[in-house]
Design a protein around this ligand. Structure first.
Ligand SMILES: *Cc1c(COP(=O)(O)O)cnc(C)c1O
Length: 402
C-alpha cells in the first residue's frame, strides 16, 4: 500500500500543501460507484463519500455523460447574462422542495453565508429590526463551514483558535433543547439556523419533535427557521430532507454536497419569496455560482436521485446497516446512531477512532473519524446489502483486534 510511488505522492502533497488536513495514507486515483482505487490497484469501499457529496456514487455514468455534453457546449459566463440552463435547474429544485426561490452558489459555506445575509437583510427590511442589531441563533456543536463569519458561531476551539476577531451577531444555545431556543429569542432575532442532524458534530440526532417545537417558537416570534441540509439533505437520512422526519416547514434551507452529484461544487439557498426578495441587483453574488455546467449537473443529480429511488434506498439500507452494526457485541462500542445512511459509531476513548480508521483502511474500507471518538459510516446511497455486510465484517475484525 505504501510503496515508493505512493510515498513520493504523499510527500509532495505534504511538502507543497498547507497542512490543514491530516489525510489517511492512501493515494486514490480512480472511483466507480461505491468503490475507489489507489495507485497500486487496491480497491476500497468508500464509507465517507466525501462527507455525503458522493451520494450518487463515484463517476455516475449519467452524470458524467451530461457533464461531458455540457462541457463541450458552454461552461462559465457569470451571472451578467442569462443562460439556458440556470432557469430550468432552479425551477426543478423549487418544484421539488416547495420553496419559491433559490440562490445558487458553489460551496456549502457560500450558501450558508447567503442564508445569513438573507436573514439579516430580511430582519432589517421586513421585521424592522434596528440597524446592525439583528442576531442569529445557532447551536453548540454545529458545523456550517469555515469562513471567518461562519466560524464565529462555531463552538469548536480547533476551528477558531488563531482566527479572531470574530463576526458578532450570533447567539449559541444547546442542540436539541427547544426551551433554550425560547429563552434566546429576542425582538432582534432574525433567524434560527439548525442542522436536522449534526454531522461533523458527531452524527448527533436530536430528540423526536425537536424541530417541530422549534418551528412553533420561530413562527410565534417571527423568526426565520433555516435548516442547514448540506449534509442531511437529498436523501441521505432516508427522507428527501432531514427536517421531514419532524414534519416541519422551515422558512429556508441550504443545500450543497450531493447537489453536485459527486462531480462539482453546487450549492443553493432556498426560501420563500418574501425572504429572497430582499436581494437586489449588486448586493450579493458569485462569479461561478449558477454556471451552466453546475446547473446541468445539479439538475441531473436531482433526476438521478429520484429515478434510482435513492431516498428509499437510504431509508431501507440505513436500517439494515444499523441492525448489522448492532450485531457487533463489544464494550468498546458505546453507541450506534444516525438516520438512513448517515451513521455514527461511537467508540470508547481507549481505542482511538483514528487508529480504527487506519486499520479499516487495511481492510479495504475508507472512512474517517469525527470528533475523535465517532466513526462515520455514510456510503454512497447506491450501496448494496452485500457491501454493507463487508464493511460490518471489517469493523468486527478491527474491534476484536484491541
Ligand atoms: C460540509 C458542510 C458545510 C460546508 O460545506 P462546504 O462545501 O465544505 O463549504 C456546511 N454545513 C454542513 C451541515 C456541512 O456538512
Amino acid at each position: 500500500m505504501t510503496d515508493a510511488t505512493t510515498t513520493n505522492t504523499m510527500e509532495r502533497e505534504f511538502l507543497y500543501g498547507a497542512h490543514n488536513y491530516a489525510p489517511l495514507p492512501v493515494v486514490l486515483v480512480r472511483g466507480k460507484g461505491v468503490y475507489v482505487w489507489d495507485e497500486a490497484g487496491n480497491r476500497y469501499l468508500d464509507m465517507m463519500s466525501a462527507y455525503s457529496a458522493v451520494s450518487h456514487g463515484h463517476c455516475h455514468p449519467k452524470l458524467v455523460q451530461v457533464l461531458q455534453k455540457q462541457a463541450q457546449q458552454l461552461n462559465i459566463v457569470s451571472r451578467a447574462f442569462y443562460t439556458d440552463k440556470l432557469g430550468p435547474f432552479l425551477e426543478r429544485v423549487c418544484q421539488l422542495t416547495h420553496f419559491d426561490k433559490a440562490l445558487p452558489m458553489n460551496s456549502g459555506a457560500e450558501a450558508v453565508e447567503t442564508a445569513i445575509k438573507a436573514a439579516r437583510k430580511w430582519a432589517y427590511t421586513v421585521k424592522k429590526v434596528a440597524k446592525d442589531q439583528a442576531h442569529i441563533i445557532a447551536c453548540q456543536g454545529n458545523f456550517h463551514g469555515r469562513t471567518t463569519t461562519i466560524i464565529s458561531m462555531s463552538t469548536e476551539p480547533n476551528y477558531r483558535e488563531g482566527f479572531g476577531p470574530f463576526t458578532p451577531g450570533f447567539t449559541l444555545i444547546p442542540y436539541g433543547d427547544p426551551i433554550a431556543l425560547e429563552q434566546a429569542i429576542t425582538p432582534n432575532t432574525a433567524a434560527f439556523l439548525v442542522e436536522p442532524i449534526q454531522g461533523e458534530g458527531g452524527i448527533n440526532v436530536p430528540p423526536a419533535g425537536y424541530l417541530k417545537a422549534c418551528e412553533t417558537l420561530c413562527k410565534r416570534n417571527n423568526v426565520l427557521m433555516i435548516c442547514d441540509e448540506i449534509q442531511t439533505g437529498l436523501g441521505r437520512t432516508g427522507k428527501l430532507f432531514g427536517y421531514q422526519h419532524d414534519d416541519v416547514t422551515p422558512d429556508g434551507i441550504i443545500l450543497g454536497k450531493a447537489l453536485g452529484g459527486g462531480i462539482l461544487p453546487v450549492s443553493l439557498f432556498l426560501s420563500r419569496k418574501e425572504v429572497m426578495d430582499v436581494f437586489t441587483p449588486g448586493d450579493h453574488g458569485s462569479t461561478f455560482g449558477g454556471n451552466p455546467l453546475a446547473a446541468t449537473v445539479g439538475l441531473a443529480a436531482i433526476e438521478v436521485l429520484l429515478e434510482e429511488n435513492l431516498i428509499e434506498r437510504a431509508a431501507k439500507l440505513g436500517g439494515y446497516f444499523q441492525n448489522k452494526l448492532k450485531t457487533i457485541h463489544s464494550p468498546l462500542i458505546k453507541d450506534i446512531r444516525g438516520k438512513g445512511l448517515l451513521i455514527g459509531v461511537e467508540i470508547d476513548k481507549s481505542y482511538p477512532a483514528r487508529e480504527i480508521c487506519l486499520k479499516l483502511l487495511h481492510h479495504g474500507i475508507l472512512t474517517k473519524e469525527t470528533h475523535g471518538t465517532v466513526i462515520r459510516f455514510a456510503p454512497p446511497l447506491i450501496i448494496t446489502e452485500e457491501q454493507i455486510d463487508a464493511a460490518v465484517e471489517a469493523l468486527k475484525h478491527v474491534i476484536a483486534e484491541k
